[in-house]
Design a protein around this ligand. Structure first.
Ligand SMILES: [Zn+2]
Length: 437
């Protein structure tokens, strides 16, 4: 049974609902690139899949970067003269500039204002802002809330710590028959934002769960890491392991209503690029394939020239192109169960092809082998007679050790699944064998 088929066998709305519920469970947690929000998130992922947690000390040199101090926050507010909280971290983790240093002071509005971040073009939304590498403090609020602040003194309190600690990430490794690996990476550093990237980490978690029930050709490594610094840290500590990565996908922003976008690896012609393109072009007409560019998500790190790994990025709407991006409007209503489930299915279909895409040798290559005497010139399915026999002929003709099944599917126009099934049948009948590398 194939991965896609397995997902199919669960009631469709149920799988999507579970993905959305998982995102909803993680939504309130204040995450950042380090700290307890990441640990709590990894704990919840670890309840579903087996996860190895790594803790890397502050100050560790990772290529050109240094693991920063660890940030934790318990509470934060701005109180007006009446003692009422006019900005309250307890209402949303977005209300604090992420990585704010601790502060407790009273100051007039004019002094507070340079520390307030709003979005005048969307006056009811709260922006998401960070200051990881510059020690700073601040609050984020809607523009309308800021306009309503009256002159006078305000009590400012950010109960945070920014101290030597650790950077935390999680890894789920699934052993396949081969030590060759498929890397699936999603960033887990954003606080209460749904599409970016609770969608990606939910889909990755469920995909790992589905694959853990399967007999796999490849080994799979799922990374749940803080963006940029987490990917760089993992790469710095696992340089050797990267040599086993044959295919990879960064999953980010896969829960919104936008069309699918696949951004190719830096190589541009990697097998993952062809497979993702094939899957998205099959019945997902509005999908777009993008060339590699050196900014975006963690494919930037995996595809840096020293590594140049075959890793692409699967998204729905592209980051930065939709108004809800990095604002409070990227909430649980912005993603929906159906879209999350469809993204999981696309990942399943990509994995299915990666697992099945091999090259074969026709063991009877001189003339066409006589299919009739082997019972192969009849359909097993009845009315699909044409496609099944066509697929056998295509596979036999092009199984010269050089063409992969995906090559044959693309050239023949026959769906990959039919080509793969034909190859399996021909192997069983002794007409085909897997080509040795
Ligand atoms: Zn982001």
């Amino acid at each position: 049974m194939h991965i896609e088929a397995l997902a199919d066998s669960r009631s469709s709305s149920e799988l999507g609902q579970q993905l959305h519920l998982f995102a909803a469970d993680l939504y309130p947690i204040c995450r950042s690139i380090t700290g307890n929000g990441i640990r709590r998130t990894l704990d919840k992922i670890g309840e579903r899949i087996s996860l190895k947690i790594s803790e890397v000390p502050t100050g560790t040199q990772v290529f050109d970067w240094t693991v920063p101090k660890e940030w934790n926050i318990r509470d934060a507010y701005v109180k007006g003269a009446s003692g009422k909280r006019v900005i309250d971290f307890a209402r949303s983790s977005l209300h604090v500039l992420n990585y704010s240093m601790p502060v407790h002071a009273t100051m007039p509005l004019a002094m507070l204002k340079p520390h307030l971040f709003t979005l005048p073009e969307h006056p009811d939304w709260v922006p998401y802002r960070t200051s990881y590498y510059k020690e700073e403090w601040g609050f984020c609020l809607s523009h309308n809330e800021m306009l309503a602040l009256e002159e006078g003194d305000y009590e400012i309190f950010i109960d945070s710590t920014l101290e030597p600690g650790h950077l935390t990430y999680g890894e789920c490794f699934l052993h396949g028959r081969s030590s060759d690996e498929v890397l699936i990476s999603s960033h887990i550093c954003h606080p209460s934002l749904a599409n970016d990237n609770l969608s990606g980490l939910s889909v990755a978690t469920f995909l790992a769960q589905l694959l853990s029930e399967r007999d796999l050709r490849y080994s799979y490594r799922f990374l749940f890491i803080p963006g940029t610094i987490g990917a760089i840290t993992w790469l710095a500590r696992n340089q050797q392991a990267t040599e086993r990565i044959r295919h990879g996908l960064v999953l980010a922003g896969v829960g919104d209503a936008g069309a699918f976008h696949y951004k190719k690896s830096r190589r541009g012609d990697a097998e993952i690029d062809r497979v993702a393109t094939y899957v998205l072009n099959e019945g997902r007409g509005s999908a777009e394939i993008l060339d590699f560019s050196p900014y975006g998500y963690d494919e930037r790190q995996y595809c840096s020239p020293g590594f140049n790994l075959p890793v692409g990025c699967l998204m729905r709407s592209v980051w930065g192109t939709f108004p809800e991006y990095h604002t409070s409007a990227d909430n649980l209503d912005f993603i929906n169960p159906q879209q999350l489930e469809e993204s999981l299915r696309v990942c399943g279909a990509i994995v299915d092809i990666l697992e099945g895409n091999q090259r074969y040798c026709n063991l009877s290559p001189f003339g066409e082998p006589q299919l009739g005497k082997r019972g192969l010139y009849r359909s097993t399915g009845g009315n699909k007679i044409g496609v099944e026999i066509d697929a056998r002929l295509w596979v036999l003709n092009f199984s010269d050790g050089a063409h992969s099944l995906l090559d044959i599917a693309e050239r023949s126009g026959i769906p990959f699944a039919a080509i793969r099934d034909a190859a399996r049948l021909l192997c069983d009948k002794g007409l085909l064998s897997v080509a040795q590398d």
